[in-house]
Design a protein around this ligand. Sequence first.
Ligand code: UDP
Length: 240
Amino acid sequence: SNSSYKWRRVLLKVSGEALAGDQTQNIDPKVTMSIAREVAAVTRLGIEVAIVVGGGNIFRGSSWAGSSGLDRSSADYIGMLATVMNAMFLQSTMESIGIPTRVQTAFRMSEVAEPYIRRRAVRHLEKGRVVIFAAGTGNPFFTTDTAAALRCAEINAEVVLKATNVDGVYDDNPRHNPNASLLETLTYQDVMSRDLSVMDMTAITLCHENNIPEDMGVCVFLLGIPSSWRVMPCEEGAYD
Ligand code: UDP
């Protein structure tokens, strides 16, 4: 039983940027393996894990729109396809260490993955499978952060955890500003009024409106360090 944990079902957002690690390739297999191991450890506790994967390591629609006659919608569809590549890679890595995994795409690519069907996704989770949601929301002009907030609300997950390559939410970009300080706690109001870029505003608003807990400040965790999921402050929430 998983009743001793605060969260029964979590939605993990893995950004494309995190998947790239410090490699020159788009995907660092050390990173996908580290994610797979952490997810395995959490699922072993009986906590259900759904994942929304980004694509920014391969293609980001907004930065390509306009070039060579590419309109924003086409660029965004290419970006969504990039998330499917990441999802399939992550799925293979997870299955290589024995985690049953399903990929569901927001638009149909039925030769390689299931289409997104909410009830079916929930059923997979109940059976202990990890579900990776790919292709974002299926709509251009959105982001995978928003897809994470949306899927979290749809499947009744209790929290969105964002996996990225900094160890928490800072008041400024810690990579550019050495004086940026780590925020111990965070409210939706803080994110909006201080214009923090931890997740885009559409995602933040969706989480807020659906009462998804606002303790994201303690939930963003460092990837690439084995067991970080368990040793980061996140633990205090997850293992009540
Ligand atoms: N994208 C989209 N609609 C969505 C999700 C993603 O159009 O619902 C496109 C968009 O072009 C985006 C790209 O897919 O730039 C990759 O996703 P994102 O930038 O969110 O990935 P991350 O920042 O997490 O790596």
